[in-house]
Write a protein that binds this ligand. Structure first.
Ligand code: ZN
Length: 136
């Protein structure tokens, strides 16, 4: 039986689904940045963690983290240089907590139980982002 690829641990989903080009753009194709690639850029370049620290956060080896980071940087550079939209979706990951989005007020929040209401507007119309992002 082939060894199952280990899922990378992510703290939280990104606040946006992607980035659109401002000005003339190459509509031929979009660049898809996997969730774990977004996360590694966030941890290293935004949170300023070392590669060792980021690898511990995502529960991957240091060489794996370096590979994910290189792929991520190549994709971001390709989108910028070639004028392509960048979508954040897919990959091999698991969120650390249960994230939800409210369909009434669009608030994003995490909580332990699925049957709770939106903490902002108390709507019961909430969807699990953990499942939502898996299928995009
Ligand atoms: Zn709400």
């Amino acid at each position: 039986m082939p060894r199952k690829k280990r899922q990378r641990r992510l703290l939280a989903p990104p606040s946006v689904k992607g980035f659109s080009v401002f000005g003339p753009k190459n509509r031929a194709e979009q660049v898809v940045l996997f969730f774990e690639e977004y996360e590694v850029i966030k941890l290293l370049d935004y949170d300023n963690l070392t590669q060792e620290e980021a690898a511990v956060c995502m529960e991957v080896s240091r060489p794996t983290l370096t590979r994910i980071y290189e792929a991520a940087r190549n994709k971001v550079a390709k989108a910028m240089v070639e004028g392509k939209d960048l979508l954040i979706r897919g990959g091999n990951f698991q969120f650390d907590e249960n994230w939800f989005r409210c369909n009434t007020c669009s608030a994003k929040f995490n909580m332990s139980k699925e049957d709770e209401n939106c903490p902002v507007c108390h709507s019961t119309e909430t969807i699990s982002l953990n499942e939502y992002y898996k299928t995009r």
